[in-house]
Design a protein around this ligand. Structure first.
Ligand SMILES: Cc1cc2nc3c(=O)[nH]c(=O)nc-3n(C[C@H](O)[C@H](O)[C@H](O)COP(=O)(O)OP(=O)(O)OC[C@H]3O[C@@H](n4cnc5c(N)ncnc54)[C@H](O)[C@@H]3O)c2cc1C
Length: 404
């Protein structure tokens, strides 16, 4: 942080996750000298920390997306890396999905390139200010320890990790049994938490997070009950791949009603689905019971364990309930944007900001978004790895114009 204080930075990326790093790598490919003019700020000391935590905590072994979607601008980068290191067996059929380890090692190689330059700073943004008309560097970023710097342009690549979704009916149960009911983002299959669970583990949700957790926990000897509101659905991808192509995106852009766009995203991502390989394990594991089309009616505690009453019967002796209920982006959850939103009303639609075609926050000039925050422009692929490239193409020219 020391190095950033009181400096003027042409381009600041808030968020050093897959999106923030991908954008920086693309900028450096286009203008190699840009390294002197970019800062990536993140609350974590190391880039990609959230990715590493998310995948390790669930025990995820393979990515869902194909090998062509990764961190760097070369589509074949990870395949060539696998060939160079004799690791092609870590590209799974049918779409060469990379193993999590292969993906991580490849990312580390790309990060080593990036961190040759002083680009990445541990800095949690507590306030973002925009002094309209205040010269070349109108943005002011202030950290939690009250240090600050100025920037010409800011890209928000903040993911959705701060927006874990707990269905309203669970809020009171979670408050009452906070040591036993956790959101999936707070749980790790590897930590003491999981090992200490002697009773059954109930997982609530029907998506890949629920499926992967169930598989990982059953492999570690736990008896798992998976409760889903609907029938479980098997799909390789979490959205139809047409959403990466120009035709679907042009149709999406022609929809002027943003509420309708939000509906289209929901319809195309569905309420979650599970990849064929994970589904096969779930169906064949003696340790996993699946309860589809089931609702939880009540949760009570008896003798230190939980008991769940569902629409299909009662489940007893539960030591933990994991809510694999996803994330629901809401701009208002981000405290560092509060002042900005108050000063320059950014009208949210279903929690998401209205961005222009270049992913610029209306009405703030040179504030851009990538990832889940940009869904209303980029569509169902926005929060995925592939969304970073789609986002970069939209604001590329605007970013290049910021470089001296
Ligand atoms: C388990 C799991 C598996 C997934 N697998 C795939 C897959 O196979 N393929 C695919 O395409 N997608 C996948 N996704 C979806 C998505 O690609 C990933 O979640 C991806 O990590 C999103 O990247 P991101 O950069 O948008 O967000 P994040 O990785 O969450 O990064 C956002 C960063 O912003 C930082 N930040 C936020 N607020 C502030 C602040 N105020 N100050 C400083 N820093 C801040 C955070 O610390 C964080 O590091 C998966 C998601 C999960 C949960």
């Amino acid at each position: 942080m020391k190095n950033l204080a009181h400096r003027n930075i042409p381009i600041t990326i808030v968020g050093g996750g897959i999106h923030g790093i991908s954008i920086a790598l693309r900028l450096l490919r286009d203008v190699p000298t840009a390294a002197r003019h970019i800062a990536i700020v993140d609350r974590h000391p190391q880039p990609l920390t959230e990715w590493r935590l998310k995948t390790e905590r669930q025990g995820m072994t393979f990515l869902r997306s194909p090998a062509v979607h990764h961190l760097t601008p070369d589509p074949l980068g990870i395949v060539e890396y696998a060939e160079r290191h004799n690791r092609t067996h870590e590209l799974a059929p049918p779409y060469s999905q990379p193993s999590t380890e292969l993906f991580w090692d490849f990312c580390n190689g790309a990060l080593a390139e990036l961190t040759k330059y002083p680009i990445y700073y541990q800095f949690e943004v507590a306030k973002l200010r925009w002094d309209k008309g205040a010269g070349k560097y109108p943005f002011r970023l202030i950290s939690t320890d009250n240090a600050g710097f100025r920037s010409s342009c800011v890209i928000l690549a903040i993911g959705a990790i701060d927006c874990a979704y707990v269905p309203p009916e669970f809020a009171e149960w979670q408050r009452r049994y906070s040591d036993k009911i956790v959101h999936a983002s707070q749980f790790s299959v590897n930590c003491k938490q999981g090992q200490e669970d002697s009773g059954k583990i109930v997982i609530v949700g029907g998506g890949l997070t629920a499926g992967t957790l169930a598989r990982s926990l059953s492999e570690r000897g736990h008896h798992v009950v998976l409760i889903a509101r609907k029938q479980l659905k098997t799909e390789q991808f979490d959205f139809p791949p047409i959403w990466l192509g120009p035709k679907a995106l042009a149709e999406f852009a022609s929809e002027t009603d943003l509420q309708r766009r939000y509906q289209i995203i929901k319809e195309n991502r569905g309420e979650g689905s599970i990849t064929p390989d994970v589904m096969e394990t779930l169906e064949n594991s003696a340790n996993i019971s699946i309860c589809p089309e089931t609702h939880i009616c009540s949760i009570v505690s008896t003798q230190g364990l939980l008991q769940v009453e569902t629409t299909r019967g009662v489940i007893t002796d539960i030591s933990r309930i994991i809510l694999a209920t996803g994330y629901k982006f809401n701009l208002r959850r981000y405290g560092f944007l509060r002042e900005l939103i108050r000063q320059y009303p950014i009208p949210p639609v279903c929690g998401l900001p209205k961005l222009d075609i270049n992913l610029q926050f209306y009405p703030i000039e040179n504030l851009f978004g990538s990832g889940t925050v940009a869904q209303l422009q980029i569509g169902p692929a926005s929060g995925n790895i592939a969304g970073a490239n789609l986002a970069y193409e939209r604001f590329r020219e605007k970013l290049l114009a910021q470089l001296p």
